[in-house]
Every structure is written in C-alpha cells, then in structure tokens.
Design a protein around this ligand. Sequence first.
Ligand SMILES: CC(C)(COP(=O)(O)OP(=O)(O)OC[C@H]1O[C@@H](n2cnc3c(N)ncnc32)[C@H](O)[C@@H]1OP(=O)(O)O)[C@@H](O)C(=O)NCCC(=O)NCCS
Length: 147
Amino acid sequence: MLSQTNVRLARNEDIASIIELDPIARQDPGRRTFIANAVAAGQCWAATEAQEASALIGYGVLNKSFFEHDFIPLVMVKDSARRRGVATAIMRALELQCQGGKLFTSTNTSNFAMRGLLVQLGFIESGQIENLDDQDPELVFVKRRAS
Ligand SMILES: CC(C)(COP(=O)(O)OP(=O)(O)OC[C@H]1O[C@@H](n2cnc3c(N)ncnc32)[C@H](O)[C@@H]1OP(=O)(O)O)[C@@H](O)C(=O)NCCC(=O)NCCS
C-alpha cells in the first residue's frame, strides 16, 4: 500500500489543500498560521496519491521545536485516506530528513491511532507532560536512529 503514496516538500500552492484536509485548520487561524510558517520554512511535507500528484491526502511537519531536537509536532491524514499507510509513509519520509540521532514526537494519551502508529514504527515512550490538555496527558515518544 505504501507504494501508492508519494511524500514531497509542501509548496505555497499546497496550503489551501492542506487546510482543506485538516478539520482543525479549517476552524483555527492559529493552525493555519502554523501551516503557512512550516511551508515557508521548508518544514512541511505533503503526501499525495501516487497516481494523482495534485491530490493531497496528508501532511506532516518536522522542526526543531523540542529542545532543539528533531521533532514531529504534527502528522495528519485526510479522513477518507486513513488506515492505508499514508501516515507511515509521511513519518518515514520525515525520519529520512533527520540529521540528529534522536527523533521526538508527542501525542495525547487518548490518541490510540497515533500511539499505535508510533509503536509500529519503533518509537518508544519518553515521558509525559501534564496540564496541556486537561485529563489527557501528552505522551512524548522518541526513536533513536542508527548512528
Ligand atoms: C494518527 C493518523 C495520522 C494515522 O494515519 P493513517 O494514515 O491512518 O495511519 P497508517 O495507515 O499509516 O497506520 C499505521 C498503523 O498505525 C496504527 N493505527 C492507525 N490508525 C489507527 C486507529 N484508528 N486505531 C488503532 N491503530 C491505528 C495501526 O497500527 C496501523 O497499522 P495497521 O493498519 O496495519 O493496523 C490519523 O489517524 C490522523 O490523521 N489522525 C488525526 C490527526 C492526529 O491525531 N495526528 C497525530 C497527532 S499530531
């Protein structure tokens, strides 16, 4: 299934499609600013159908916002494209961009889909942060890369 997904650096002209597939971005100006800044900084990667390069089905961001380590603050797959390896393809593409020995990410405790994805990709838990979302601690994950 992974062969059906291409992942490439997002461009300015992708921003509208990224917002369209992200229900939070459709409502939250802060998320839209985050996306625009990530695209401008070359930190946003877009997944497309291999057969239809213009059809965006997901995106992911890789930056250094976590104690200056490689960090994935967000990966999002269009509802209708889920559970067919798109996030796996995005995560693997982001991992390939990393220079450092450790790649961090985080997710809410309640996000079983993301937690399942991370475990499948070889991430391990690396602590948790309370008081971001009430009653739903943020779990930090890390993947150590082969040196
Ligand atoms: C989490 C998310 C990115 C997964 O995307 P996806 O493209 O469906 O993931 P994949 O198809 O690559 O799934 C790989 C593995 O992750 C796990 N997984 C994915 N979705 C799951 C779900 N709904 N329930 C349980 N496990 C799940 C499974 O182990 C899956 O392997 P399998 O299908 O062989 O069982 C997607 O559900 C999403 O966009 N959610 C909303 C945004 C979000 O929560 N992002 C994460 C925090 S930033």
